[in-house]
Design a protein around this ligand. Sequence first.
Ligand code: NAP
Length: 305
Amino acid sequence: MYDLVIIGSGPAGLGAAVYGKRAGFSTLVLEQAPMSGGQILNTYEVDNYLGLPGISGFDMGMQFREHAEKLGAQFREAEVFGIENGPDRKIVKTSAGDFEAGAVIIASGATHRKLGVPGEEELSGMGVSYCATCDGAFFKDRTVAVIGGGDVAVEDAIFLARGCKKVYVVHRRDELRAAKSLQEQLFALPNVEMVWNCTVNEILGTEAVSGLSLHDKKENRDLELFVDGVFIAVGISPNSGAFAKTVKTDASGWLEAGEDCATSVPGIFAAGDVRTKKLRQVITAVADGANAVASVQEYFLHIKG
Ligand code: NAP
């Protein structure tokens, strides 16, 4: 039995592991793949984490993990199916067996959302991608489109513009939601063209992507863009399915928890992107890891005494 089982090895999970070990807890981190970092692994460059300007997402994940390992956190590869809630212990059910814990921190993060248009599924991996840093190199000197207007879409477009001949950014409104500093970088690039007020009707192509059918909402007309690749960056959904029966979620599936990371179930905490929160950033995820462990300490004091 562990004092603390942490589900997920992104910034929130690794932050919790560091704080958990420093609090003297036997700490196990369950991760789906032996590659820490969560969503930052798909980020070419993280430029807003204090003290580490311009670090690659991969290096950041590795540094976070090394820190947790150095303090003695244990890691185990396992897919988590759910948590059984007992009065004095929790049982985490996984593909690698059951793990008992005094408390559990769910830090399972979020994954990219789908656009849900014809062609998306059929051409996935054949020109449709959700990860510019993973697949961008396949489109060197070619023309691509990025769909979305948030931080991820703009970061992806900036990254792709380094190698691609042309990058269209297709956004459904006439202003971006991404951070102003990213917008400035984007608008300064000569090979980026904004396609405003357009939604995607269909991703075109048979064996590979050949273009996009768009609808211009302002002009109320359809148009086609000829592109070799489409990078979809339209937001994220919580990885909360395995826990939704045990702890309360909001209507969109985010685990309901405040800054103390306490869920509706005593002894089960939610940290990072998977919980209800305003700002989903690496720095706020790491902070959640620390706050969640402080709440675990309080919880242990409460049940002991
Ligand atoms: P996001 O901020 O939710 O942006 C999603 C974008 O996709 C929005 O511009 C949205 O349009 C658009 N969109 C949503 N559904 C669409 C649809 N069906 N068709 C067309 N467009 C659609 O998501 P994100 O960019 O993935 O970022 C997720 C979170 O991670 C954010 O909180 C972000 O700040 C954070 N993040 C942090 C860092 C960092 O810490 N360095 C880096 C990247 C991301 P509207 O604008 O019209 O709603």
